[in-house]
Design a binder for this molecule. Structure first.
Ligand code: SF4
Ligand code: SF4
Length: 345
């Protein structure tokens, strides 16, 4: 599909018409922050936002999710037998996802969807989703996406990229799934060359506006043991509270824990987000904890993102430069400084 153009007012009506077939998630303002929420008819979709505080990863990988059920009631034949919890995977459209967050889903996909192991819930949800992204005309001061193989108009992971051109959106279909969504509805017209030129100008301006840059060029060649043993980790970790904010907000963090909860004789097996920043995360049943010290946990977070992932998957670093951890860390620990330290070590 060639680039199209759609009036913003028509776009709102288009989304409402999609509700007959799809579940629609859009960024909605709630208590001062945007987060992805189901589209409700009375709401206008406001795509004039910087980014959501929580990343959209929770739409595929919920913060807490029942995965199996069982009964301890031995009067029946199925006592102690795990049954997979019933789940729906309705066709879903996510509107307004930022390019960094779409790329992040691709980075996480190598963990949840690879030849050795497939997480069936992640895979089914991603398959059932169409991602309509919106380029960032005004990146914020903590964004550094252009340093990590991404950018404010990056198309990787998206089905459609919208470019905000004041009263209109340029609609660029990236995948067949994305093109079909607009073609079936017939709501967009072909974009003329002056519109495409304007979209290119907006993109160029936004890329230039990103003032934060981090070096990554030497990370791949670094010896992992040299980085692991570097003397700067104590300084990096000293202020950390191990609150886990950075990992919960990060679109590329995927750690989880599995807990059983039993109420009388009925049991649920639940998967919950966890964090490498929490002391209990690596506590063994024996009582031994290989990361009992704060500095070990902080080092793990950065080494995993900027070295282990890079070496294991050859897919770049596990950071898309969204800047959430920089903005929300209560003690101002800044991953951009850690990029510098590790790259220059
Ligand atoms: S948000 Fe900051 S203080 Fe909290 S765990 Fe992360 S680095 Fe530590
Ligand atoms: S900037 Fe921070 S929150 Fe964003 S992807 Fe990188 S590590 Fe995660």
């Amino acid at each position: 599909m060639s680039d199209k153009i759609i009036k913003k007012k028509n776009f709102q009506n288009f989304l409402k018409s999609l509700k007959k077939t799809y579940e629609i998630f859009v960024p909605m303002k709630e208590k001062g922050f945007f987060r992805f929420s189901p589209l409700v008819n009375k709401n206008e979709v406001d795509l004039n936002f910087t980014n959501t505080r929580f990343s959209p990863k929770s739409l595929l990988f919920p913060q807490s999710e029942r995965i199996f059920e069982y009964t301890l009631d031995e009067t029946g034949e199925d006592a102690h037998i795990l049954r997979e919890s019933q789940k729906d995977f309705p066709p879903t459209v996510v509107v307004g996802i930022r390019p960094c967050d779409a790329k992040a889903l691709r980075l996480v996909d190598v963990n949840f969807n690879n030849p050795q192991f497939k997480d069936p819930w992640w895979v089914r949800r991603l398959e059932s989703m169409t991602l309509i992204g919106i380029g960032c005309n005004e990146p914020c001061g903590t964004c550094f996406c252009t340093s990590v193989g991404c950018g404010p108009f990056n198309e990787e992971g998206l089905d459609v990229l919208l470019v905000d051109l004041e009263g209109n959106y340029l609609v660029r279909a990236i995948t067949k799934k994305g093109a079909q969504l607009f073609e079936q509805a017939g709501v967009a017209e072909d974009a003329k060359s002056n519109v495409k030129k304007k979209a290119d100008e907006v993109k160029g301006k936004a890329e230039k506006q990103i003032a934060s840059h981090v070096p990554t060029d030497k990370l791949k060649k670094k010896n992992v043991i040299d980085l692991f043993d570097a003397s700067f980790w104590d300084d990096v970790a000293s202020a950390c509270l191990n609150c886990g904010t950075c990992t919960f907000l990060c679109p590329t963090c995927w750690c989880f824990d599995i807990q059983d909860e039993v109420n009388k004789k009925e049991g649920d097996r639940i998967r919950n987000w966890d964090s490498c920043m929490f002391p209990l995360f690596t506590l063994h049943a024996s009582g031994h904890n290989p990361r009992s010290e704060k500095v070990q946990r902080v080092r793990q977070r950065f080494m995993h993102k900027l070295k282990y992932y890079l070496d294991k998957y050859n897919n770049g670093v596990a950071c898309v430069g969204c800047g959430r951890c920089v903005r929300y860390c209560p003690v101002n620990i800044d991953i951009r400084e850690v990029f510098n330290l590790m790259n220059e070590q």
